[in-house]
Write a protein that binds this ligand. Structure first.
Ligand code: NAD
Length: 351
């Protein structure tokens, strides 16, 4: 244990367990609210409508235009819907995209937020908001962005497609692995990271085998919560920088990009953060990059950036962009080595 560290807890009320969605109305009242605007993506609109009906007088209606990377024009329409509905809080039902919309609303009007989390992205426990305007994604941090209440009810995730489960689960793993070697890491985030990694390492193969395994689904949500909490508490490094670059400048899908890059960025940092990564290295068979690559492959995750539509000719620009305003990283960011990393991730070669 280090002799000195800084840890800031991010207060959120966590309601965890299968069937716990039934507590939602009480949670709205507990916040002192009486009209909740339910948010979702367009594909989850029917679920959001059902939830709004279940809320009875507490439901203020549904806004179902949430989209990846939180486009500002969508937020502006949601702000109008919020006012028109006379809402005094939001309920985000879904994954990181829907959570992002709730956060964007709260950032503008300080609306209390409840989240019913249905993927493993972990965004619901961070005060980080990434939003897109005119094709540029910017990220900001503010206390108003942190949701007040999160419900993790595994029954709502039984139908989450295996491909999204795997990609968002690897996204969560990436939060925890980078958290282990973060510049401002501390014993508390280390505990959460290791527990979260273990939970997801066990849960994801079980979900691939049996998507309706409620125990595995619960375990994955538990891991996602812990890994998301790590992301919310410490700074991120090369892995997140590369993912933000590829998502923001080349429009690659968020979770899948994380899923592909994780093994390669872990390999890049494996020596420089050897001690901090030792427990995870052991968990993945003694060789972190290769072990994570084999794990992702065994889950049927996407393995190559070329399969996400990235052109090989874009790799040089991606490397250059990743080197601009680099995040702190345990190993110096070396242009040549990062370019090689990207080449391997592009072709899907084992690190
Ligand atoms: P997502 O929210 O885009 O969801 C992926 C798809 O799965 C959507 O079509 C959604 O409707 C569907 N879906 C969600 N739950 C479902 C369920 N239970 N059953 C069936 N379908 C379901 O994906 P994501 O990976 O959760 O989130 C990605 C977004 O989150 C990105 O925009 C990313 O930037 C953001 N993110 C932010 C943070 C943060 O701390 N700010 C952290 C992680 C991710």
């Amino acid at each position: 244990m280090p002799h000195s560290f800084l840890y800031t807890a991010h207060p959120a009320r966590i309601v965890f367990g299968p069937g716990r969605l039934s507590q939602l109305a009480d949670e709205v009242s507990h916040l002192g609210c009486s009209k909740a605007l339910v948010l979702s993506t367009s594909s989850r609109r029917a679920d959001a409508e059902r939830l709004n009906l279940q809320l009875g007088a507490l439901g203020a209606g549904v806004f179902s235009e949430a989209a990846m990377h939180t486009p500002v024009e969508v937020t502006e329409r949601a702000m109008l819907a919020y006012t028109d509905a006379g809402a005094d809080c939001v309920i985000a039902l879904g994954g990181g995209s829907t959570v992002g919309l709730g956060k964007a609303i709260a950032y503008r009007n300080d609306a209390p937020q409840l989240v019913v989390a249905t993927t493993y992205a972990g965004s619901e426990v961070t005060s980080i908001l990434g939003q897109t305007e005119n094709g540029i994604k910017t990220t900001l941090k503010h206390a108003s962005i942190l949701p007040e209440v999160v419900i993790y009810d595994a029954e709502l995730t039984l139908g989450l497609p295996v491909s999204i489960s795997v990609a968002s689960g690897l996204n969560a793993l990436a939060h925890a692995i980078e958290g282990l070697y973060a510049k401002d890491g501390n014993p508390i985030t280390e505990l959460m990271a290791l527990e979260g990694i273990r939970a997801l390492k066990n849960a994801l193969p079980a979900i691939v085998q049996q998507p309706t395994d409620i125990k595995a689904r619960s375990n994955a949500l538990y891991g996602a919560w812990l890994c998301g909490s790590v992301l919310g508490s410490v700074g991120m490094a090369l892995h997140h920088k590369l993912c933000h670059t590829l998502g923001g400048s080349f429009a690659l899908p968020h979770a899948e990009t994380h899923a592909i890059l994780l093994a390669h960025t872990a390999a890049y940092n494996a020596q420089a953060a050897k001690e901090l990564l030792a427990p995870v290295t052991e968990l993945f068979g003694g060789e972190l990059g290769g072990g994570l690559y084999d794990f992702a492959k065994s889950l049927g995750a996407p393995m190559a950036l070329k399969d996400l539509g990235l052109a090989e000719a874009d790799l040089d620009r991606a490397a250059d962009l990743a080197l601009q305003n680099p995040y702190w990283n345990p190993r110096p960011i070396e242009r040549e080595a990062v370019r090689e990393l990207l080449q391997r991730a592009w072709s899907g070669t084992r690190p």
